[in-house]
Design a protein around this ligand. Structure first.
Ligand SMILES: CCCCCCCCCC(=O)SCCNC(=O)CCNC(=O)[C@H](O)C(C)(C)COP(=O)(O)OP(=O)(O)OC[C@H]1O[C@@H](n2cnc3c(N)ncnc32)[C@H](O)[C@@H]1OP(=O)(O)O
Length: 159
């Protein structure tokens, strides 16, 4: 039921994230009418959400459970509805429990015009962070069907 990647969310971003070379991922999403902020343009908060999800996906590759501590977005160009944003994110470094990530978004293709950049600090947590702070029924649903988590499946790659 994740708003950024869940299929069940009618107006969600439906982000698909793929492993890239190194500790890096790529992703894309089509900006729908439901994602509007200013007339005809993406809502900036939803773009930040997309960055949060894409950079957060790196933790699955690193096998380190972590949550967003800080996230900064640079909005470089307006992004019209109906266009596709292509993301690339990578881990810049790890220091203790702190994971430093960066990402960029480009319009309509991986080599398209750069439209946004972001950097984030994720902080490693114990798995009981989610059980302790999350609502019991959603936590139980994940425990009952761990394979349903899309991001976990996204990194099943063939050598
Ligand atoms: C199993 C399924 C998993 C699915 C995960 C999907 C994740 C998707 C991404 C998200 O959106 S997560 C949701 C949004 N984030 C949160 O809800 C996090 C809420 N904040 C917290 O829970 C705590 O503040 C946090 C765990 C981030 C830190 O609290 P702690 O008490 O564990 O750690 P502490 O405060 O001691 O900080 C550890 C280090 O990080 C640093 N730090 C923490 N927050 C910071 C911050 N905001 N800015 C800069 N540094 C920060 C802190 O200074 C320190 O540095 P040092 O090790 O050098 O001393």
């Amino acid at each position: 039921m994740c708003f950024a990647c869940g299929d069940e969310q009618a107006n969600g971003l439906h982000l698909r994230v793929f492993a890239a070379e190194g500790v890096a991922v790529t992703a894309q999403f089509e900006v729908a009418a439901a994602h509007q902020g200013a007339p005809g343009l993406i809502h900036g908060g939803l773009l930040t959400l997309a960055f949060d999800e894409v950079m957060g996906s790196l933790q699955w590759m690193m096998r380190i459970p972590a949550v967003t501590g800080r996230l900064e977005t640079d909005f470089l160009r307006p992004i019209p509805l109906g266009r596709t944003v292509h993301f690339a994110a990578r881990c810049r470094g790890v220091h203790g429990r702190k994971l430093y990530h960066c990402a960029e978004g480009r319009l309509d293709g991986p080599d398209g015009e750069p439209v946004a950049r972001a950097s984030a600090l994720f902080v490693e947590v114990r798995l009981d962070h989610f059980a302790k702070h999350g609502r019991a029924e959603e936590v139980q649903a994940v425990l009952d069907n761990p394979g349903d988590h899309r991001t976990l499946r996204a990194f099943e790659v063939n050598p």
